[in-house]
Write a protein of this length. Structure first.
Length: 144
């Protein structure tokens, strides 16, 4: 009987450990979901900044997406002409379109676009975000 009680206690201990691990996984899942939501919101804000125009796969209307047009849009936002978009410049551009945009959305936009993590968005980072095609991610993951 004592052996049986030890076995039952072992099963209960294992169940409690599993429950604790499951709670950790749920918590991390919620954090990941929040993070993905922030990224999606930042992506949407960049899209809005581009006036809803994104390059579409197979699109023949590339005049909106050429370097000259993107450079002009970039320079319009880069008001101090430093060659990068700082948070204050992005805030001004976003608030001109949406006065109710939250500071957090703007911070997330910088984080989303800032590939080199210098706190600013240079032209190449800007161009990559403005020309981003989600279909390319799907094609790459399908080949894996």
């Amino acid at each position: 009987m004592a052996d049986m009680m030890k076995d039952v206690q072992g099963v209960l201990d294992t169940a409690n450990e599993t429950k604790a691990e499951l709670n950790k996984v749920r918590r991390k899942s919620r954090e990941l979901e929040d993070s993905l939501g922030d990224m999606a919101e930042a992506s949407d804000a960049w899209n809005k900044l581009g006036q809803g125009r994104r390059a579409r796969r197979g699109s023949r209307d590339l005049e909106v997406y050429n370097d000259a047009a993107l450079k002009q849009a970039f320079q319009t936002i880069d008001t101090d002409k430093s060659g990068s978009i700082e948070q204050s410049e992005l805030t001004s551009a976003i608030r001109a379109m949406d006065p109710n945009a939250s500071d957090q959305v703007i911070i997330d936009m910088i984080k989303y676009a800032d590939a080199d993590k210098d706190g600013k968005v240079d032209f190449e980072e800007f161009k990559k975000i403005m020309l981003y095609k989600p279909e390319e991610d799907y094609k790459l993951s399908d080949q894996a």
